[in-house]
Write a protein that binds this ligand. Structure first.
Ligand SMILES: Cc1cc2nc3c(=O)[nH]c(=O)nc-3n(C[C@H](O)[C@H](O)[C@H](O)COP(=O)(O)O)c2cc1C
Length: 141
């Protein structure tokens, strides 16, 4: 137990999940992938397109040498098991490959970072999305 504020994070992308984590004792909920299709996000076109693929996510060291969660693609499948624990060396090694893949729109080689609830991401302005959540959360009280 702690008396510090606890922020719940990871896989939170709907008002229902926010209600659940606050009910479980969190002081706040943090969202990441839920905002990645908003026009304000710097998400590349190929990364945005991958959000419609319905592929699973997994943890991988393949892109940077440090574990991160992404939508599974060919690069993750082929190198996930081989990548050493070597951040930032692997990051620098793969950076040109990822830049070229981004430019070519090749989502089989890109680092498609995404949390488990990425399928709930919506292509709406962030303010509009969050306002709709606030409204829904208010009506649940
Ligand atoms: C654009 C983006 C960048 C990320 N960068 C990192 C990172 O540098 N290191 C890391 O450990 N996880 C990274 N992650 C993964 C998050 O730590 C986390 O697994 C995931 O986003 C869970 O939260 P969410 O469901 O709200 O997105 C990143 C995720 C996204 C979407």
């Amino acid at each position: 137990m702690t008396d510090k504020p606890l922020v719940a994070a990871g896989g939170i992308a709907t008002p229902a999940t926010i209600t659940a984590v606050l009910a479980a004792g969190a002081s706040a909920a943090q969202v990441g992938s839920a905002l990645m299709l908003t026009p304000e996000a710097g998400t590349s076109e190929a990364h945005r397109a991958a959000f419609s693929d319905d592929a699973p996510t997994d943890l991988t060291r393949a892109f940077t040498g440090r574990r991160g969660r992404g939508i599974v693609n060919r690069f993750m499948r082929e190198y996930g098991g081989l990548a050493p624990k070597a951040y930032p060396h692997v990051h620098y090694l793969t950076a040109p490959l990822r830049a070229a893949a981004r430019a070519a729109g090749d989502r089989d080689v890109l680092n498609l970072w995404a949390g488990r609830a990425y399928r709930f991401a919506q292509p709406r302005p962030a303010a509009e999305l969050i306002s709709s959540w606030v409204e829904e959360l208010g009506s649940r009280r």
